[in-house]
Ligand binder design. Sequence first.
Ligand code: S3P
Length: 184
Amino acid sequence: MNGHAHTPLLVLIGFMGAGKSTVGRLLAQRLHCPFYDLDGEIERVHGEIPELFATYGESGFRAIEHHAMDQLLPKLPRPSVLALGGGAFLQPANRELIRQHGGVTIFLDAPWEVVLARVRHTGEQRPLVRDLEALRRLYELRRPVYQQADHTFSSAEHDPHVLLTSLVRLAEELGARNRRRATL
Ligand code: S3P
């Protein structure tokens, strides 16, 4: 913990296509707090993710990803919302970093069919989407790890606003009150 015990860092986790970035951005807007996207931060500093996979392999990308989390987490204002890339929570060292910084993890749980429909044509941006059989196995392998999150929400709806209402309620319970409320 680093002195921000009363306002949370909300960390969105889940498979590719679960809606982490879309919902995270909307959630941050509703809470009047900043939104951070780990992949966006990585790309800003290191370049495009497909290029990183091509140059350094997945293990090289994971090292960069861990380093980016290590740099970013201590700097995040509270409250804030952070969306992780789909593989980040799989690394025990990253889970430990989130724990050290008091992050509250929220698993956005989307069924396989929903994930597939959302990501199947994104192979250019997402190197792991190129083999759909392997992707399905990865989905099954990862799900029990994502289920270690502090909170789980279904992300099957077409309209993210339904999910958003539940997330705002949770955030408020956790103390991430928006400014309008805080000044009442
Ligand atoms: C990955 C997910 C991607 C990105 C990279 C690897 C993964 O992020 O970090 O392509 O291992 O699941 P999104 O979950 O935002 O697509």
